[in-house]
Design a protein around this ligand. Structure first.
Ligand code: NDP
Length: 304
């Protein structure tokens, strides 16, 4: 029985050591396997083209990143399960970034950065946090942690998810329109699926309060960039902070880079730590071997 690792050499070394310590009887291969029949588990970012035919005994594919939207699911046979990366560091970093971005939107940072570039000293009015309605789309591992991180600031918090949720002190919605109507700052932490692709579009922006702000942390393909630019132009949206774009990297001449009320960061809200990622995969292989629930197993029909 063996694991095949298909990411960078530096990460491979960390994973190799973690497997040698925790599961010495499992062979660890980097790049290719001497006998593909031995491979039970693959750790990778994308699914190799020949995955279905080359590894007849494959059981699990572990994503090396937090999402699984990058996989071409048609390359992964239905009997093979898919596991996303769960790493406490990813959530902690997302908590930091989302807090920073929410405060930046709340305190009009894009406006003041634009004024600074022009040497313009002009103070606007500060709004108390209790009067700012913040809405988090996606109440999973990350969205729910972000809500907890935002609680101490006293924002009026709401969340939106597919299935009903209960979070103390937070209004939870499954009705998107009602949720949008009360979101002065909208944070997107949805996974990319057939349902969420293009969800941040003109129709959605039209349902937000006038002058709302967007923080996009999910995946670039969820945002219709031209609709965002139009909403900024019309004043429907006041500003946006984007950590994810489509494509990535964002081309140097893309208007989003140069818009005075948009802040773009290069998909750095959270980064997977090789050590924590290796611990997660080792735990997944152990659970698989002992027939227990595998942490991070996704529902292939839902797509997340
Ligand atoms: P989870 O799978 O734990 O949670 C997903 C949440 O989104 C759930 O609450 C789910 O609802 C909700 N959801 C999914 N589809 C819909 C839909 N169609 N309508 C309404 N709600 C929906 O994911 P995570 O919290 O771990 O991560 C979310 C995403 O964040 C990742 O998929 C990834 O794209 C992105 N990410 C970005 C990073 C960055 O650096 N910018 C880093 C890491 C992740 P329900 O509760 O009902 O299932």
């Amino acid at each position: 029985m063996a694991v095949l690792f298909l990411s960078t050499p530096a990460r491979a070394e960390v994973f190799r050591q973690a497997f040698a310590r925790a599961l010495p009887d499992i062979a660890f291969h980097f790049g290719e396997a001497p006998d593909p029949q031995d491979i039970r588990w693959i750790v990778t970012w994308t699914a190799p083209e020949d995955l279905a035919t080359r590894y007849p005994n494959l059981r699990l594919v572990f994503s090396i990143g937090a999402g699984v939207d990058q996989f071409d699911m048609s390359r992964i046979p239905a009997h093979v399960s898919i596991v996303r990366m769960l790493d406490p560091g990813i959530a902690a970093q997302m908590g930091e970034y989302a807090t920073m971005a929410t405060l930046a939107m709340h305190r009009d940072l894009p406006l003041y950065l634009a004024q600074q570039r022009k040497g313009e000293w002009r103070a606007g009015d500060n709004l108390p946090a209790a009067q700012r309605r913040v809405g988090v789309m996606g109440l999973g591992q990350l969205g729910s942690l972000v809500i907890e991180r935002l609680k101490p600031f006293g924002f009026d918090l709401a969340g939106y998810s597919r299935s009903p949720r209960r979070i103390e002190g937070v209004e939870c919605f499954t009705d998107l329109s009602a949720f949008l109507a009360r979101s002065d700052i909208l944070l997107c932490l949805l996974p990319l699926t057939g349902e969420t692709q293009g969800i941040l579009n003109a129709d959605l922006f039209a349902q937000l309060p006038q002058g709302a702000r967007l923080v996009h942390l999910g995946r670039g393909k969820q945002l219709v960039a031209q609709d965002l630019l139009d909403a900024l132009e019309s004043g429907r949206l006041a500003s946006a902070m984007l950590d994810v774009t489509d494509p990535e990297p964002l081309p140097a001449d893309d208007p989003l880079w140069h818009h005075p009320r948009v802040i773009v960061t290069p998909h750095i809200a959270s980064q997977t730590s090789a050590i924590e990622g290796a611990a997660h995969v080792v735990a997944g292989v152990r659970a698989d071997l002992s027939g227990q629930d595998i942490p991070g197993l996704i529902d292939r029909t839902r797509g997340y």
